[in-house]
Design a protein around this ligand. Structure first.
Ligand code: ADE
Ligand code: ZN
Length: 332
């Protein structure tokens, strides 16, 4: 079996995926047209030309601009369903998706509209495509603690269907400590916690996310290798890292994919997973991330299987279901 065949065959969980980051230009145009919104782009080629990033912020500016055309429950449904159909093609059988309520509520869209659109598609995909999922609500870290508290309050009527809270957007200058009290309040409401840390920010942000926000997984975390004590903690506490190789390449966290430290992390015994982050912007969904990384780092069959096993072990699935998927990976 070739690498490509193995990657296609492996069942996988995706644990780091921003639903707004799956907004393909074709669908963006279609939704803008039906909502009668004029954007500054006149062709799909124009949009794609703008997808040329030099750091996280240069991407976020365009990502928030694209999300502006999402207004109605049906828009959020269509966005989510399009991603789930891509999951089916890539044999992603379980996905834990991030959504950014503040990107939309700040424009007057209600929390209920956003939630119902995304959740409706996830439930339909469970029945029609056999893909299971969880929802993770992210706070935008460039906004205030007060704004995050308001978002937490907005989420409470829907909390039985939102498993965790997360932290995303502009990392540097917005350390996890800024959100310690909101995360404590979220945990009291029963939410699990995750956070982006160590994507562009220093290892100190990863320490804060672990110690202050009590996170169960680190989103990105690739800068952990700069701090040996932190590596010891991550390895001994078996804290998973949701790594996004094509994202790291496009946002210039690494110059070349062959410079990526994923293989080193894996060989040190870190529970690393591969994910697509914002696939419509970074050039590929789950399998493309697996494939290009495998080529660039010469990952072996065993390493690819370990990555797929890790994706289930690091997920928030029940233990029994995790084991069933892990057995299926091992028999590939
Ligand atoms: N929002 C969407 N993608 C992100 C990323 N890679 N880092 C931080 N915030 C994000
Ligand atoms: Zn992300």
């Amino acid at each position: 079996m070739t690498r490509t065949e193995l990657i296609k065959k492996l069942p996988k969980a995706e644990l780091h995926l921003h639903i707004e980051g799956t907004f393909e230009p074709e669908l963006m145009f279609e939704i803008a047209r039906r909502n009668r919104i004029v954007t500054r782009f006149s062709t799909i080629a124009d949009i794609k030309k703008a997808y040329n990033f030099h750091n996280l912020q240069s991407f976020l500016d365009i990502y928030y601009e694209g999300a502006n055309v999402l207004l109605h429950e049906r828009d959020f449904y269509d966005l989510t369903m399009a991603y789930l159909i891509r999951c089916k093609e890539d044999n992603v059988v379980h996905t834990e998706i991030f959504f950014d309520p503040q990107t939309h509520t700040d424009r007057g869209v209600t929390f209920e509209t956003i939630f119902k659109g995304i959740h409706g598609a996830l439930k339909d995909a469970e029945k029609e495509l056999c893909i299971t999922s969880h929802m993770i609500m992210c706070f935008l870290r460039h906004l205030s603690e007060e704004d995050a508290f308001k978002t937490l309050k907005d989420s409470l009527p829907f909390k039985k269907d939102i498993l965790a809270v997360g932290l995303d957007s502009s990392e540097v200058g917005h350390p996890p400590a800024k959100f310690q009290r909101v995360f404590e309040a979220a945990m009291k409401e029963g939410y699990l916690t995750v956070a982006h840390a160590g994507e562009e920010g220093p290892p100190a942000y990863i320490w804060e996310a672990l110690d202050l926000l009590k996170i169960k997984r680190i989103d990105h975390g690739v800068r952990a290798l700069e701090d040996e004590k932190l590596m010891d903690r991550i390895i001994s506490d078996k804290i998973p890292l949701t790594v996004c190789p094509l994202s790291n390449l496009k946002l210039c966290v690494f110059k070349k994919l062959s410079d990526h430290n994923l293989k080193k992390l894996l060989q040190r015994g870190v529970k690393v997973t591969i994910n697509s982050d914002d696939p419509a912007y970074f050039g590929g969904y789950a399998n493309q991330n697996y494939l290009e990384t495998a080529e660039a780092l010469d990952l072996s069959e065993d390493e690819l299987k370990t990555l797929a096993v890790n994706s289930f072990e690091a997920s928030f699935l029940d233990d029994k279901i995790k084991l069933e998927w892990i057995k299926k990976v091992q028999s590939c």
